[in-house]
Design a protein around this ligand. Structure first.
Ligand SMILES: [Fe+2]
Ligand SMILES: [Fe+2]
Length: 270
């Protein structure tokens, strides 16, 4: 199975990159499933029902999120009505929405799990323990042909630890939240694909997707200033192309994808 995973979509520029690049990528690489982290889709803060629809219309199948999931409050009553939208699975029990779901992809079942880290982030339930609980129910390579984990976390150490913790038990662990792609795409010894951060889909002439002048001034003056706005230049789509083996559920190939905007283009050689 071919899966495209993209990191945090930031504002209009990020959404435009998804619109422009996802349909041709789907075609070019015979992609079966597109999963995108959309926690910053609405002006950098959260996402709305309308924007979920816009992203689905571009050929996106599943949306994951993170610490910004509730920034647009209208998403709270909506999330339980949308089986394609996830919030982190280690939010407290009873939180609206789901943290993992099984999706049908051309008659095959794929489990997508959204988790959030705890290092330098809000206090949450243990993501390692929650992952163990979830995958105890779903064995890879049986009824489930692939398991994809979006680990939304700040610290590279926590992300690498979770990658190795899950190695051989899921198809891929891909990090989000840092808004910068890391150059460590690999298949771990047990067969799980891993990349510490997928990077953002946003304008890289910015401070993690937001306009740079007010962002710099917040560091320089230590004053809150105005509400940050997304940078509006052309976005780079940053993602990862993953190929999995339907029988074992493990990774066959993992390669970074970068198109448009300021970052050097990177297209898988397949
Ligand atoms: Fe983000
Ligand atoms: Fe985040």
């Amino acid at each position: 199975m071919n899966i495209l995973f993209c990191g945090d979509v930031v504002g209009r520029s990020g959404r435009d990159a998804i619109k422009r690049h996802v349909p041709p990528l789907r075609e070019m690489f015979a992609i079966d499933l597109v999963v995108i982290n959309a926690e910053n889709a609405a002006g950098g803060f959260g996402l709305t029902e309308r924007l979920c629809g816009e992203l689905y219309d571009c050929g996106v199948d599943i949306l994951t999120t993170g610490n910004h999931v509730w920034d647009q409050r209208q998403i709270i009553p909506y999330i339980d009505r949308d089986p394609r939208l996830l919030r982190p699975a280690n939010f407290p029990r009873g939180t609206p929405g789901a943290g993992w779901r099984v999706h049908q992809v051309g008659g095959r079942s794929v489990l997508v799990i959204n988790l959030m880290g705890r290092l330098f982030m809000d206090a949450l339930d243990d993501p390692f323990a929650r992952l163990d609980e979830i995958i105890a129910e779903y064995r890879l390579g049986t009824a489930i042909v692939a398991i994809l984990v979006d680990f939304h976390a700040e610290a590279s150490s926590e992300k690498m630890a979770l990658g190795h913790f899950a190695d051989g038990r899921v198809s891929a662990v891909f990090g989000t939240h840092c808004h910068v792609p890391t150059a460590d795409a690999q298949i771990l010894p047990g067969g799980t694909a891993y990349q510490t951060d997928a990077g953002m889909c946003g304008d890289y002439d910015s401070v993690i997707g937001m306009q740079k002048v007010p962002a710099i001034s917040r560091f320089v003056t230590k004053m809150p200033g105005e509400r940050p706005q997304p940078a509006e230049g052309e976005a780079t789509l940053c993602g990862i192309l993953l190929e999995t083996d339907d029988r074992s559920g493990l990774a066959r190939a993992v390669e970074p994808v970068r198109i448009g905007g300021r970052l050097a283009t990177c297209l898988p050689r397949r």
